[in-house]
Design a protein around this ligand. Structure first.
Ligand code: CDP
Length: 220
């Protein structure tokens, strides 16, 4: 029997990671946050004063980095960087790093390996279009940019970050634009993905929707 791969793609702040973690727990499968890997590389750039728009320097740094995602935890060179990768400076720079083809090729190789033999749910931008295009479980989570910005703002404020709502909404829109327009593996809904607009849905409703579709189709 082949392992189950659930792809959850969509724009920034659509609730992908919250939903994916809950679905993973409910189905008893592993969760892989592919965005955390690009965030960890971005953190390393910032810590080493590498300009994220300088592709050559970013690729060189990425080739000397060890990135892994295990038990809901992102590791950069063996260190848990979960808390450090969610700040506004990372939000502002991560899409520059993620648009570099050589960086993506390296991350995708790791992501495919993590999903090669276990049941997994992965969230990101290119899971259903590029990382695992043949999986039968593909979802595209969406919500209005204002709602997504508001959710992200509340999440950051609850962690004690001092941020302005309008800045966060702008940041979400800017990242979506870079992610959608990049040449290699852009953010785009796969033709065969089920789109869920969560603007007016609760987290639980979205989780139940995904779990019921997976359960209905996994026995077939
Ligand atoms: O949580 P949020 O939606 O804000 O972002 P994330 O999933 O942590 O991803 C951060 C950034 O990484 C995105 O804005 C993309 O630029 C990039 N990313 C990507 O290019 N491909 C993926 N599979 C996942 C993330």
């Amino acid at each position: 029997m082949t392992n189950i791969i659930i792809a959850i793609d969509g724009p920034a702040g659509a609730g992908k990671s919250t939903i994916s973690k809950l679905v993973a727990t409910k189905l008893g499968i592993n969760y892989i946050d592919t965005g955390a890997m690009y965030r960890a590389l971005t953190l390393k750039c910032i810590e080493n004063n590498i300009d994220t728009e300088n592709e050559t320097d970013v690729v060189a740094m990425s080739n000397q980095s060890d990135i892994n995602f295990e038990n809901n935890t992102i590791y950069l060179d063996g260190k848990d960087v979960s808390a450090l990768i969610r700040s506004q400076i990372i939000n502002k720079n991560v899409s520059n790093v993620a648009k570099i083809k050589d960086v993506r090729l390296k991350m995708v190789e790791i992501q495919r390996m993590l999903g090669s033999d276990k049941d997994v749910i992965l969230d990101g931008r290119d899971v259903g279009t590029h990382i695992f295009p043949n999986t039968k479980f593909k979802f595209f989570l969406n919500a209005s940019p204002e709602e997504r910005g508001k959710r992200r703002y509340e999440e950051m404020v609850s962690k004690g970050e001092k941020v302005v709502l309008e800045d966060i909404i702008e940041d979400v829109k800017r990242r979506d634009s870079i992610d959608s327009k990049r040449e290699f593996a852009p953010l785009i809904k796969a033709d065969d993905a089920i789109e869920i607009d969560s603007t007016n849905m609760s987290i639980q409703e979205v989780v139940d929707c995904i779990v019921s579709i997976v359960n209905k189709n996994r026995q077939v």
